[in-house]
Write a protein that binds this ligand. Structure first.
Ligand code: CTP
Length: 444
């Protein structure tokens, strides 16, 4: 009996997939089809898969060509599968010619002619109109955005707004955008969605104006600095059927999502403590340490450290208090927020003028989880126990600057793929804004 194996995402199942599976089956007697998980696809840079894994498996099953369907979830699995299933032929479309020659050490490798003029990528582009995205602000963060946006299909960054036209113009030229403007009314005409990367105190104004015009909003953290403002934005987004995302990149990256599921799974028992630290040494001349109104370690980094706390322990804390070390101008250079929940504690520790180990520790009644620095770009974490032979370490890929993940989810939600939208809710963003508000009033 000749055994054949092939792999793919099989997203938006199309004729090319059908033909490939048919010919793969004809190569032997038994066909095994590996369908990739969303997480594996994300780790190899395919961020925009539309169909769920279950749907993609079902579509493969319905062809009747697969004798067995397996799931592909990690690099290196192909060799493992070939040995495990005693495969004679590995086959894949000719777009991969050469890429799998290394498997010839284990079995025969056949590249089948690809069906012309069709692919999931083409279908995704046809099914969904390209979203025209505009950027508000031209500073350091706004500059990181465009290179990352190139990895996400379905959007095109077309325009930039800055109240000073020359700044907008320079940004527009650097990133070769279609247009720039210092006139907000004109800006709205050119965009379907906006990325807000202006100074913190202006977020509310721009986000509100955008939502009122029916534009989707991806807003840099902290989205707003007052609870009431977050509620107003949330209500406006609902009323105008707009997507509103707070851009805390950690919330959307695959490693962090896996970590949160793991922590909530009960594997370390009941969670009693979450300690999150993020510090960086900032030049005293930078805005973060000179803007006496909204600069400082907590407004700058607090969103990151509060994120795992809110995600794991929720928003119903009983007590909140802060400790702060300030520089001469009154700005906090090192801050701690303590949150007390009915049966657990949490500490968020941030610094711009004090350096510490940037780690995240989650303590439970059966064990604990240590997420290595920089945990906000979650790449590895270890689940640990008193009996260290039970310890297990997990590694997850984090690509580039990480902004591509939030942007990919943002686009998916705009296109109506709800299942992508649960990573940071407006209720959680509202809770974060309430903590920021408390901190700033305390600092005064
Ligand atoms: N395939 C094919 N003919 C096509 C498209 C895909 O033979 N027109 C084959 C691929 O070569 C692969 C399998 O179908 O062996 C699954 O491919 P997959 O990557 O899931 O499909 P694509 O349409 O190529 O997806 P994408 O555009 O996302 O890369």
């Amino acid at each position: 009996m000749k055994k054949v194996v092939t792999y793919g995402s099989f997203d938006l199942f199309h004729e090319g997939h059908y033909n490939l599976l048919k010919r793969a089956k004809e190569l032997g007697d038994r066909l095994i089809v590996g369908v990739t998980t969303e997480q594996y696809d994300e780790s190899r840079g395919k961020l925009n898969i539309v169909d769920s894994l279950m749907d993609r498996i079902e579509h493969v099953r319905q062809t009747g060509f697969a004798d067995e369907i397996i799931i592909e979830d990690h690099k290196g699995q192909k060799v493992e599968d070939i040995l495990k299933y005693q495969i004679d032929i590995f086959t894949v479309g000719s777009d991969w010619s050469g890429a799998f020659d290394y498997l010839r050490d284990y079995c025969e490798v056949v590249y089948l002619d690809r069906t012309k003029d069709i692919s999931s990528t083409v279908l995704r582009a046809q099914n969904y109109k390209i979203i025209r995205m505009g950027v508000i602000g031209t500073g350091r963060i706004a500059r990181r955005f465009i290179p990352e946006a190139k990895y996400v299909s379905g959007i095109n960054v077309e325009s930039v707004f800055h109240p000073k036209a020359e700044k907008a113009k320079a940004y527009c030229q650097t990133f070769e955008l279609k247009s720039y403007t210092a006139d907000l009314e004109m800006f709205w005409q050119d965009v379907d969605a906006v990325y807000i990367a202006s100074p913190h105190p202006t977020h509310f104004f721009y986000a509100k104006a955008a939502l009122e015009k029916g534009k989707h909003v991806l807003c840099e953290k902290p989205m707003v600095l007052k609870e009431e403002e977050a509620k107003i934005l949330g209500d406006l987004a609902t009323a105008n059927q707009c997507i509103l995302f707070e851009a805390i990149k950690t919330a959307y990256c695959p490693g962090f999502a896996q970590l949160i599921s793991m922590a909530r799974s009960g594997v370390i028992g009941g969670i009693r403590d979450v300690e999150a630290t993020f510090t960086k040494l900032e030049s005293p001349l930078n805005r973060e340490l000179t803007d006496t109104e909204t600069g400082g370690s907590f407004t700058e980094l607090g969103s990151y450290t509060l994120l795992p706390i809110i995600k794991i322990l929720g928003t119903n804390y009983r007590e909140l208090r802060f400790e702060t070390i300030r520089s001469e101008n009154g700005i906090d250079i090192y801050s701690k927020a303590y949150l007390q929940y009915p049966s657990s504690f949490a500490t968020a520790k941030v610094g711009l003028g004090v350096k510490s180990e940037g780690q995240l520790i989650i303590s439970g009644t059966k064990g604990w989880i240590v997420v290595d620095a920089p945990w906000w770009k979650t790449q590895s974490f270890e689940v640990k126990f008193e009996d260290s032979s039970q310890n297990e370490k997990y590694f997850v890929k984090y690509l580039g600057d990480g902004l591509r993940y939030e942007l990919s989810d943002f686009v998916a939600l705009m296109n109506g793929h709800e299942r992508k939208g649960l990573k940071l809710t407006i209720e959680e963003s509202t809770a974060l804004a309430a903590i920021m508000e408390n901190f700033l009033s305390d600092r005064e």
